[in-house]
Design a protein around this ligand. Structure first.
Ligand SMILES: [Zn+2]
Length: 490
């Protein structure tokens, strides 16, 4: 049995963010989109476990990205191109489409050229420190209509890990390439939902999309991308690798000449850990934890969707960061003797359910992914080690909350409304404990049914606090308003 020490509050289990736009509930009647076709999606089938392959015939409005990254020999400069088929899933005409250029606020620099809409050149405008690009449309895009956006881009990757936990950085021989392409902004009840993310939370909010990505890079480098590798070629001292990923909320790539791979097959899922060879013991310990965590979460929530789950070690300042089907773990904790490793791996694996499969606005409602994932981690320790094991992790939640002396700061605030210390104490500490209180209020059996239903009915979609509360109330046949007032609401 493992005993967890109290986790210092500043050690956040951070996650990168993604978002999804409107859920199926707000999706209008299923008129087929004009250009996107679900028949193009055959390439994604082998990346999904059989239970989920039917989703390829759903999500008619999901964006389809085709991206090329050409990574220079120094691994810090990238040129690329992107074509994305975007469909208006809203019920109003759109006069513009917005995309994020995250490198411009992550310490690097990205510039976009040759933007076209359906082949016609257009001149975009920029805002939010050049991290938001607005592409004007000559004629409005009507509901369920599609258009094709194309552009070239250049990217100078940050060579420090100072900002946002170093999610995007070339540092210490590792290229961590998060959110490195122009990312379509979610359109939701706030309109085009974009802001400069606070330093302490996740960066992105994105809808489920499909990605076909080609990466050209120096031959001696090991590349690890989201989704499934579908092709690989070598030409002289360069290599070209193609990935198909979807439905996912983001595409992530890591690269290093130092990476060795350690693997484990579990229940039909291929688990891989890419790290330095001398970290083999830590990598294998992490894969063991991951296999158990998947089992626990499949039992309590829903099947894991993909045929692969990849881990990479990076120099991130977070303990771990989640991406769809991929997880970055801070290199310094990749050791079986590291107290943080098991909890971090279990937590990040939990995000495959709460953040990726069930999406949320990670900037406005961080508790929907972070607090729930902390509760899932508690569930992992409870199932693995019984009451005493759960108490170890519960102590870490209580320890975090104690950093603000158990002040009853609401769990349901946006990231920007917390100080760094409050964010960790409340969203990662008190928020995890809220779900225990909810379970106590509903009764374990009803709560377990509710959690399964919440996960499965919101799969591939975006959940909201209102939806979570309504789902729970439907299951318990009770009014949870007082409980939410006590814990969640401002
Ligand atoms: Zn997290």
């Amino acid at each position: 049995m493992k005993k967890l020490s109290l986790l210092p509050i500043l050690l956040l289990f951070l996650t990168s963010c993604l978002i999804v736009g409107r859920g199926a509930e707000s999706t209008p009647e299923p008129i087929p989109p004009t250009q996107t076709s679900t028949t193009d999606r055959a390439i994604f089938k082998d990346g999904l476990v059989p239970e989920y392959q039917a989703v390829l015939n759903e999500l008619p409005y999901a964006s389809m990205y085709e991206i090329e990254f050409n990574i220079a020999d120094d691994l810090a400069h990238i040129s690329g191109s992107e074509t994305v088929i975007y469909t208006n899933a809203e019920e109003i005409d759109l006069n513009e489409v917005k995309l994020r250029l995250f490198a411009n606020i992550l310490g690097g620099e990205t510039k976009v050229d040759n933007v076209t809409v359906n082949g016609e050149e257009v001149t975009p405008t920029y805002a939010l420190n050049d991290s938001l690009m607005t592409v004007p449309l000559e004629s409005p895009l009507k509901p369920r209509e599609s258009l094709t956006l194309s552009m070239d881009f250049n990217l100078a990757v940050p060579q420090t890990v100072e900002l946002n936990y170093g999610v995007q950085a070339y540092y210490d021989d590792v290229l961590a390439l998060a959110h490195a392409y122009p990312v379509i902004v979610v359109y939701d009840d706030e309109g085009w939902n974009a802001e400069i993310p606070p330093q302490s939370g996740d960066v992105t909010y994105a809808d489920m999309s499909f990605f076909e990505v080609t990466v050209e890079a120096p031959k001696g480098v090991t590349l690890v991308g989201s989704g499934r590798e579908v092709n690989r070629q070598e030409n002289g001292n360069r290599q070209t690798v193609e990935y198909a990923a979807g439905p996912v909320r983001d595409f992530y790539l890591a690269a290093s000449s130092e990476y060795e791979v350690f693997t484990k097959k579990s229940n039909g899922i291929e688990l891989r850990f890419y790290t330095r060879d001398y970290l083999q013991d830590g990598a294998e310990s992490a894969l063991e934890t991951a296999a158990h965590a998947i089992e626990v979460f499949e039992k309590h929530y829903a099947p894991y969707p993909y045929t692969e789950l990849d881990f990479v070690s990076t120099p991130t300042h977070a303990l771990g960061i989640e991406y769809p089907g991929m997880i970055a773990i801070a290199e310094w904790i990749v050791s079986p003797d590291q107290n943080y490793l098991e909890a971090t791996v279990a937590h990040e694996v939990g995000h495959q359910w709460f953040y990726n499969l069930v999406g949320n606005d990670q900037l406005d409602d961080p508790w929907l992914d972070e607090s729930l994932t902390q509760f899932a981690t508690l569930q992992y320790f409870s199932d693995m080690y019984g009451k005493a094991g759960a108490q170890g992790f519960r102590s870490s939640l209580e320890g975090r909350w104690w950093y603000v002396e158990n002040e009853k700061i609401p769990v349901g605030l946006p990231v920007r409304d917390y100080s760094d210390e409050e964010y960790s104490a409340i969203v990662y500490g008190r928020g995890g404990l809220f779900f225990e209180a909810l379970r106590d209020e509903m009764g374990s059996e009803v709560f377990n049914e509710f959690m399964k239903d919440y996960t499965q009915s919101n799969a591939w979609d975006i959940a909201t606090p209102e939806k979570l509360k309504a789902d729970a109330e439907e299951h318990c046949g009770c009014d949870l308003t007082d409980l939410f007032k006590k814990w969640i609401y401002p």
